[in-house]
Design a protein around this ligand. Structure first.
Ligand code: TYD
Ligand code: MG
Length: 461
């Protein structure tokens, strides 16, 4: 094969060089050069498209009314795992490329092996492993009790060989898992496997393969602690969907979150529990994100979040303690740090409660990450409860956005959230006025409507 033309491109300024060097000659940044294919070998002979050729066809491509194109409805395939289907937006779209990212050991290989084995009964599937031997994969599948007769596997890391194998296989695979993208490398590049350029180029080839053949591809990617230099971050814009697999170490619960999805809602959550038979679906996840403590504890507030398309009860815990430091600590787990700092400022200015000499720790139970502003009010109620060392009233739930001028703003889908809380036996809800029903009660639950932070703090006393 003709050697592709490659160049070393600086990720800071975009300057390109023929040889690798430690420092960019243009902008002076260190260690920012990585190798990229400038011109793939196969495309080298293609004539350039000239401007001014609007009349008529250009290289067989043509401008087409979308109406003529839009009639082809995407074909979806159930993965056989309901929670995975939900996160994908109702099943796997044919010919789509889905990146599944997460920390090492979280269960990515287990999830995809389970899904692939279930789908292999209906469509030809290929599991490509670059991390484990075939014997290890087979052993795991057997331990999980998965049907193996239809599932084909390949232990290979060279992306050209993987594609050649896939093209030769009969029947041709309609599904392919590449586990993991960090182990793959392309013959076109000299960089080491795992480097940004190799990860990008390997993914680009698999994406092209998916689009050309209509094969659905799952890419597994490890998130690295250093911010994901060779992790899946660089791939996010290349693929159709990005799912993150998250969970607390030590907890058996795992949350699969859609971070990007061209075919469905983002922030959709799928919940799983890891057991000795692999990952099991948790169809009613509300209960598991409460700490399990039966009596109300100081520093704890329960909220109804709505991640994706379903409401979820989640417990927010706070610990407020006298600080020995000149700059007291603000630590937020499962929540944005800056948001916490802002909320504490609003608490002081509009709630009259100062915590400037206190360390404040906030944690969302169950390793879940809250991204919506409905968590504002429960966070402040948990902080206040810890500061006063008094629990909130039993069976109380809260949600609402807190504005900078101390107003409590409504959040979407209020009624659905109230319904979830009532279903799980909550007796009292503190919510924004616009989210509260007029009669002050909802399915036997007392609903306290608040407009200002001060009112909410008073209601929580
Ligand atoms: P794995 O799928 O290999 O993680 P990843 O591919 O994301 O690196 O999962 C590995 C972890 O899952 C490992 O710590 C063991 C645990 N596990 C179970 O608890 N039960 C099981 O049935 C399996 C297969 C794995
Ligand atoms: Mg793995």
């Amino acid at each position: 094969m003709a050697k592709a033309k490659t160049a070393y491109v600086c990720s800071e300024c975009g300057a390109s060089f023929n040889k690798w060097q430690g420092q960019c000659g243009e902008c002076g940044a260190w260690n920012t050069l990585s190798e990229f294919v400038v011109e793939p070998a196969a495309a080298a002979g293609r004539p350039a498209v000239r401007h001014g050729s609007w009349a008529g066809r250009v290289d067989g491509e043509a401008i087409t009314p979308l109406w003529d194109v839009g009639q082809a409805v995407e074909q979806r395939l159930s993965t056989g795992i309901g929670e995975l289907d939900r996160v994908l937006g109702g099943g796997l779209v044919e010919g789509s490329v889905v990146l599944v990212g997460g920390d090492p050991g979280i269960g990515k290989s287990t999830l995809l092996l389970q899904a692939l084995a279930l789908m292999a009964a209906r469509v030809p599937a290929l599991y490509v492993t670059g991390e484990e031997s075939l014997a290890q994969v087979a052993g795991r599948a057997q331990r999980l009790g998965l049907p193996l007769d239809k599932l084909h596997a390949l232990a290979e890391t060279c992306v050209e060989k993987i594609l050649a194998n896939a093209a030769r296989a009969t029947p041709a695979p309609r599904l392919l898992v590449a586990d993991s993208i960090q182990t793959l490398w392309s013959e076109l590049l000299t960089a080491a496997p795992g480097s940004v350029s190799q990860v990008r180029e390997s993914a680009a080839r698999l994406v092209r393969f998916a689009k050309e053949t209509g094969t659905s591809v799952f890419l597994v990617g490890h998130v690295t602690k250093e911010g994901g230099i060779a992790g899946p971050r660089v791939l996010e814009h290349m693929v159709d969907a990005v799912l993150y697999f998250e969970g607390e170490s030590g907890s058996r619960f795992r949350v699969l979150r859609a971070f990007k999805n061209r075919f469905g809602a983002v922030n959709e959550l799928g919940v799983f529990a890891m057991g000795d038979k692999g990952l099991r679906e948790v169809p009613n996840p509300s209960a598991i994100f409460l700490s399990g403590s039966r009596t109300a504890q100081p520093g704890s507030a329960v909220m109804v979040t709505r991640e994706g398309t379903r409401p979820l009860l989640v417990e927010v815990q706070a610990l407020v303690d006298q600080s020995p430091l000149a700059n007291p600590r603000r630590v937020a787990l499962g929540l944005e740090q800056n948001r916490l700092a802002m909320l504490l400022a609003v608490l002081h200015r509009h709630g009259g409660v100062g915590v400037f000499d206190q360390d404040v720790f906030v944690n969302v139970v169950g390793g879940i990450r809250l991204q919506e502003t409905a968590a504002d009010l429960p966070v402040l109620l948990a902080v206040l409860s810890s500061l006063r060392d008094r629990p909130l009233a039993e069976k109380t739930v809260a949600f609402g956005e807190v504005g900078l001028s101390g107003e409590i703003r409504p959040v979407p889908n209020g009624e659905e959230r109230l319904k979830e809380a009532a279903t799980h036996g909550f007796r009292r809800a503190i919510v924004p006025r616009a989210n509260a029903p007029k009669q002050g009660a909802f399915k036997g639950m007392e609903v306290i409507a608040v407009e200002r932070l001060a009112q909410a703090l008073e209601a929580a006393e």
